[in-house]
Design a binder for this molecule. Structure first.
Ligand SMILES: *[C@@H]1O[C@H](CO)[C@@H](O)[C@H](O)[C@H]1NC(C)=O
Ligand SMILES: *[C@@H]1O[C@H](CO)[C@@H](O)[C@H](O)[C@H]1NC(C)=O
Length: 213
């Protein structure tokens, strides 16, 4: 085989490493114009863009704890239009003592999270259902590969805080309990899938109803 053919061969059949993220921007920035009705004019007029479009102050303070003891504030393009086309976003998550971030995944992004305060039992499960989990502490980071189910729990005796970064401006978030029990999947199907009684299903449906968690 000629060198060119060999290169082509390896290119076609040995692409073990593929690189994927949101598309590259074609302009310096494209601050989302949220009042634009058309998708053909998605960016704010750049003459009207100011430094304020590139600053987000919404994670200076922690949010309100949920029933599971989690206060999470996403910093994605939906709340921070300056991120539009830039292929990244963040989340601040605070945990009450014993607080839990329920098993969930981000369909469009890998996440890397740094512990700013506290001790977090943190992990993910791969597609073979192998678990990779341990307690990480202040200053440590953990990466959660794109689309894999992951979870966290504050196992320290003080509040804990993590800061997660994503390689998507809009990573998406699907929480397993609410996706399964809070989405009106036919009850009979859930009973068969989980081997639960109608009473047990009703309890879970109530707990994960869309307006909660
Ligand atoms: C946003 O889009 C609307 C509708 O197209 C337009 O009237 C307005 O001037 C745009 N705003 C900015 C800041 O570009
Ligand atoms: C953008 O804003 C500037 C300053 O207000 C204005 O002169 C220009 O016409 C606007 N461009 C578009 C495409 O609306």
């Amino acid at each position: 085989m000629s060198l060119a053919l060999t290169v082509l061969f390896f290119g076609l059949f040995h692409s073990y490493v593929t690189l994927a993220s949101d598309p590259d921007p074609v302009n310096d920035f494209c601050v989302l114009n949220r009042s634009s009705a058309t998708t053909s004019l998605p960016c704010k007029n750049s003459s009207l863009v100011t430094v304020e479009d590139f600053v987000f102050s919404g994670i200076k303070f922690r949010g309100k704890f949920s029933e599971t003891g989690l206060a999470s504030i996403p910093v994605n393009v939906n709340v921070f239009p300056g991120l539009n086309t830039l292929g990244m976003s963040m989340v601040r998550a605070d945990f009450d003592v014993g607080g839990v971030n329920v098993p969930h995944f981000h369909p469009r992004a890998t996440e890397i999270a740094v512990v700013l305060e506290g001790k977090i039992y943190s992990g993910f499960v791969d597609t073979q259902n192998r678990i990779f989990a341990k307690v990480i502490e202040k200053g440590e980071v953990m990466v959660f590969p794109r689309g894999l189910v992951h979870f966290q729990m504050n196992v320290g005796d003080t509040w804990a805080t993590i800061l997660g970064s994503f390689d998507s401006q809009n990573p998406g978030l699907q929480k397993i309990p609410s996706a399964v029990f809070g989405s009106n999947i036919k009850e009979e199907l859930l009973e068969k899938a989980f081997g639960l009684t109608p009473k047990e299903i009703a309890k879970l449906r109530k707990r994960f109803a869309p307006h909660r968690l």
